[in-house]
Design a protein around this ligand. Structure first.
Ligand SMILES: [Zn+2]
Length: 226
């Protein structure tokens, strides 16, 4: 009798193992980003709310989107560092210019992490509430920045409702590091429809998937050139 149970148990165990393997093979995403180090810079934080609409703060949306993005990038095998994981900024009480101190430390973190690339996540504002759409900004300090910006912008155009284009920026953070990276404006807080979407987890995941596809294509592109 005991022997019978033993055999039954072994059979059940084998069936369980096989089914687990099957599920694993089905849900496992392709690990296209193994060995890549990506730093996520959720814009603003702490004393700096970024742009706001009522009690909706850019800094909170930036962090939520960055957390979703981290999950998707990690599922592809990337090593992901977050410049901030909570509602804090990187300025020091000794900084005479707090905003500059905050941005300076973000640059240091990107460089310390030996990042293959960094992504700054922000939300836009326009005084015309009908203006909408995600867009990507880049600095010419590194020619790869434009490649990265266009790769992500192309995914936005096919996945999201945007007809915007990549834009050059001369902002402090982006002009002071040669590590490839871009500033992603995920949408306009000033536009009622986009404001609604940006707060929804499903839309944040959609943005994260789109950005990740752009990052994958960027690496394919630059590795082809080299
Ligand atoms: Zn911002």
């Amino acid at each position: 009798m005991i022997r019978k149970y033993k055999v039954l148990f072994i059979i059940m165990f084998i069936v369980l193992l096989m089914s687990l393997q099957f599920v694993d093979a089905r849900v496992k995403p392709k690990k296209t980003l193994i060995g890549k180090v990506i730093t996520l810079d959720a814009g603003h934080g702490g004393r700096d709310s970024g742009t706001t609409y009522g009690n909706i703060y850019e800094k909170d949306l930036n962090l939520e989107i960055s957390k979703q993005l981290k999950k998707v990038l990690k599922s592809k095998g990337a090593t992901v560092y977050m410049i901030r994981n909570d509602d804090s900024d990187l300025s020091s009480k000794w900084d005479s210019a707090k905003k500059r101190g905050d941005l300076y430390r973000r640059i240091l973190k990107i460089q310390e992490n030996k990042s293959d690339l960094y992504l700054s996540i922000h939300i836009n504002y326009h005084y015309h509430s009908n203006v909408s759409g995600a867009e990507v900004l880049y600095h010419t300090i590194n020619p790869n920045n434009l490649v990265l910006a266009e790769s992500i912008m192309n995914e936005f155009k096919s996945d999201l409702n945007t007809d915007r284009e990549v834009i050059k920026t001369n902002l402090y953070l982006y002009s002071n590091t040669r590590v490839p990276g871009v500033l992603i404006e995920c949408g306009f807080i000033s536009n009622p429809n986009e404001r609604y979407l940006l707060q929804k987890e499903s839309y944040q995941v959609k943005l994260a998937n789109s950005i990740t596809k752009g990052v994958e294509k960027y690496f394919k592109e630059i590795e082809k050139v080299i």
